[in-house]
Design a protein around this ligand. Sequence first.
Ligand code: 6Z9
Ligand code: ZN
Length: 263
Amino acid sequence: GGKWTYNGPDGEHDWSSKYPFCGGAFQSPIDFQTQLLRYDPNLPPIQVQNYNLSTNEQLTLGNTGHSVLLSLPSHMYISSLPHRYSAAQLHFHWGSSSLLTGSEHTVNGNRFAGEMHVVHFNSDKYPNISMAVDKHDGLAVLGVFIEIGEFNPAFDKFFKYINGIKYRDQKIQVPAFNVRALLPARLDEYYRYDGSLTTPPCYPSVLWTVFRKPVTISRKQFLALATALYASHAQDSATVPLHGNYRKPQLTDNRVVLVSFKD
Ligand SMILES: NS(=O)(=O)c1c(F)c(F)c(S(=O)(=O)CCO)c(N[C@H]2CCCc3ccccc32)c1F
Ligand SMILES: [Zn+2]
């Protein structure tokens, strides 16, 4: 993508000048305000298939300059939505070593330490994510809040390689692992709404599912994520740290946010 950033002159307030959808409707992320949520008893538990990848598969871990991205095989998919949504990649949003809050979605204005997104595309209707990314029913993203607490061995399956992709456009192959272990235990409690990509081109093409329960990683793991990466290329003279890569909450307008839980 282009040279958009999260701060400074090419920051999010300028995105709509090059990416018109960023200034449009149905934007993400949003703030989940508990008094405006609507309980929907028909929302089924999320069911994922083939997330337990075999270790002799390899995944590409990369630094996009905007996030750390793990490619995922399309035989992983979500089976509990109206169409089959096949996995494409997962990536993260985080704060910084000084500001430990970097989630994109918030709950009653409260921001978590970070947020993981598992991006899927509608493989019933589109051959690949590039064909799906700008269609109203193209994408489904699973959002997982991250908070600081217990060490998380599942995240270390690829966090330990993070120093191999310190600079923009660096990529390495890592052994696959059980991606289900990155998700919270309960997949039946979540927020659901129609939204967009949270980065340019901000297409309003995402069915968002954000799980209610966060997962935890240790402070050491969080600091590794928040301090290891650069948004600049290895050969650039000026190094630009990659942190605070979260978009601020957008207007909900008259969208309804559904929840699959009562209390
Ligand atoms: N928060 S978010 O909206 O889920 C989200 C990001 F935050 C994010 F950084 C990315 S990116 O890493 O590709 C860098 C900027 O596009 C994506 N990519 C998606 C949408 C764009 C095209 C594409 C093509 C192949 C695989 C994934 C994607 C993204 F969807
Ligand atoms: Zn994201």
